[in-house]
Design a binder for this molecule. Structure first.
Ligand code: TXA
Ligand code: MG
Length: 329
């Protein structure tokens, strides 16, 4: 039996099922779909009742605003009141891609999408299945990551099915997400760019393009941006940083190690995951959530993670690991 048969809510991303998915979106239902970052749980972004279903399926606090996914820069004018050359230059460079812009919203954007904020988060994903679905649906698709609130983000259709189980009828399968970490979030206010979340495009790359430093908005425990909560993205298994524990206290058969690149270290442990043997941050980012999901179904009690150099995508990887560790600190 193929693995797909085990999940009656996973569908291949053929034209037929894309069309079906877009009908569900148009009719106010939910569809989980792949993006290059993580899988999203999508609803018609102009339909407040459809969007409300996302919050209930995810057990997500309703004060947590969502990202609107669009398929063309021309949709921006429907969603934001701002007309800025600076913003257009930035999105021309990085869209489609893993960067989300937070901009002043228009009246067309329902309050439930922005959780009452006067700003709205928007991005064009770099994934053909996602952009085809948006085009066929004819509306912006509001979508958070397709996980239960606070848990690991899904990077395959099976991750979505396992987490949300029978709470969702339709998951479009697009294989493993190529980036594997959520988008970088940048807010534009008063002619300044602020970094709200590290993600799939490094802050260095954005700063180099803008020829300016991104200001960091540190809003710890600000309910308006739970991606910024101290504890988030938590695997079910307790996770710690290796250098913060006494490793001799851990059973070598029942503890998993996550290393950055060195495949010789910690070889006495049965379960070891090397994020990238080439020490490549892009590959490491793509593997992080994927490996954590794998370890959730292995017979291990604890996960010990090595700290990653905080350069380029290393910052986003450390952000996710630190939030997972904080859950158990
Ligand atoms: O890569 C991604 O960004 C994925 C895919 C599906 O696009 N989506 C994702 O969504 O990670 P979510 O909901 O898990 O994270 C979105 C983050 C949240 O932390 C939310 O608080 C923040 O974006 N956000 C959304 N609208 C905002 C706004 N108006 N102001 C500040 N933060 C906002
Ligand atoms: Mg999320």
């Amino acid at each position: 039996m193929s693995i797909l048969n085990l999940y009656n809510n996973i569908f291949p991303s053929t034209e037929e099922f894309l069309l079906k998915a877009s009908e569900i979106i148009k009719n106010g239902g939910l569809v989980a779909f792949p993006t290059e970052t993580v899988y999203g749980l999508g609803a018609n972004g102009f339909n407040p009742i459809a969007v409300a279903k996302i919050f209930s399926v995810k057990n997500r606090p309703s004060f947590n605003p969502l990202i609107l996914h669009i398929d063309s820069v021309s949709s921006l004018e429907l969603l934001t009141t701002i007309h800025s050359e600076k913003v257009l230059k930035l999105v021309d460079k990085f869209w489609p891609g893993p960067i989300t812009l937070v901009l002043p919203k228009t009246v067309l954007v329902p309050e439930i999408v922005t959780a009452g904020n006067s700003t709205v988060a928007i991005r064009i994903p770099n994934n053909e299945i996602a952009t085809k679905l948006i085009k066929l649906s004819g509306v912006p698709i509001a979508a958070p990551s397709a996980n239960s609130f606070g848990m690991l983000s899904p990077t395959t259709a099976v991750h979505v099915a396992n987490q949300l189980q029978n709470k969702i009828d339709f998951i479009l399968d697009g294989g493993k997400c190529s980036v594997g970490l959520e988008s970088t979030i940048v807010e534009f206010t008063n002619d300044n760019f602020f970094l709200l979340r590290d993600g799939g495009i490094s802050s260095e790359e954005i700063e180099e393009f803008l020829c300016e430093k991104l200001k960091r908005k540190v809003l710890e425990n600000n309910p308006n941006s739970p991606g910024q909560l101290k504890s988030h993205y938590a695997p079910i298994k307790a996770i710690f940083f290796i250098d913060e524990v006494d490793i001799s206290n851990f059973n070598k058969e029942k503890t998993a190690i996550i290393c950055f690149s060195d495949d010789k270290k910690y070889s006495e442990f049965t379960f070891r995951k090397i994020l990238s043997t080439k020490a490549d941050f892009t590959e490491a980012a793509a593997n992080l959530f994927f490996f954590l999901h794998e370890l959730e179904s292995e017979n291990v009690d604890f996960i010990l993670a090595e700290k990653i150099p905080e350069i380029g995508l290393g910052k986003a990887i450390m952000d996710r690991l630190t939030k997972a560790v904080n859950h158990y600190r």
